[in-house]
Unconditional design. Structure first.
Length: 243
């Protein structure tokens, strides 16, 4: 069964950093698991962080702008072609770890036949992996326009400021209908001790579930942040780590 983690929130909040830290956590604790990273952010920062200059995206397949690695096989149905094209743009970044980028997303109500075929093909792709980690654009609505797939743990990444937490509340409102019920929480990122009490109280007032917090690191170390995530990982709707 596939376990899915979606990281949502304001640009610059640290979604990509936490996506890579969750990757480290899963690699360290579930070493034989297969992992798919999905770069659903228009900035393509997750792909860039692996040194991948992404030219081929899911949008490129739909728009006809994709540059294929090999010649297109003859005699395929439209469904077979999209499934083949998605395989063509998958990038392997490590043993059992692949990444795929979406870029622009077609609205869910688009009547273009390729929209449904693409969504179905992506669902089949997700089914092949033990974990799928998704670096999202803003909220789950944008992701849901790409693929309609159960999200086990939707995480709003936010800093501790009042404006940022008010925005987190709006993101939660936009996203609730697409998340598994009760599995939408907040991780406070780049947190300073002096801010935590006020931020925690504000989250409570906003009726948002605080999963945990990550201190403000001078230098990003994904394994170190993964150790911090592990402190509250048990609160998440994900396969649990054996002690």
């Amino acid at each position: 069964m596939t376990s899915t983690i979606a990281l949502i929130g304001k640009s610059g909040s640290g979604k990509t950093t936490l996506a890579k830290s969750f990757l480290s956590l899963i690699k360290n604790n579930f070493p034989t698991s297969s992992i798919l990273l999905v770069d659903n952010d228009l900035s393509l920062e997750l792909s860039d962080s692996f040194g991948i200059k992404t030219r081929n995206t899911i949008y490129g397949i739909k728009s006809g702008k994709h540059e294929y690695k090999t010649g297109i096989p003859a005699g395929m149905s439209k469904q077979e072609f999209i499934e083949w094209a998605i395989e063509d743009i998958l990038v392997n970044v490590d043993e059992n770890i692949d990444i795929i980028a979406s870029w622009f997303v077609t609205p869910k109500d688009c009547k273009c036949p390729s929209t449904k075929l693409t969504r179905d093909s992506l669902s089949k792709l997700f089914d092949r992996y033990d974990f799928v980690i998704i670096d999202c654009e803003f909220d789950l609505k944008y992701l849901n326009s790409l693929v309609d797939y159960p999200i086990d743990e939707a995480i709003i990444v936010s800093t501790c400021g009042k404006k940022e937490l008010a925005l987190a509340s709006k993101i939660a409102d936009f996203s609730k209908k697409y998340a598994t019920e009760g599995q939408l929480g907040v991780i406070l990122n780049k947190a300073q001790n002096a801010e935590l009490n006020q931020a925690t109280q504000l989250l409570s007032d906003l009726e948002l579930d605080l999963l945990g917090y990550i201190e403000n690191f001078d230098n990003i170390n994904y394994d170190e942040i993964a150790n911090k995530l592990e402190n509250f990982y048990s609160r998440m709707n994900l396969p649990q780590i054996e002690q």
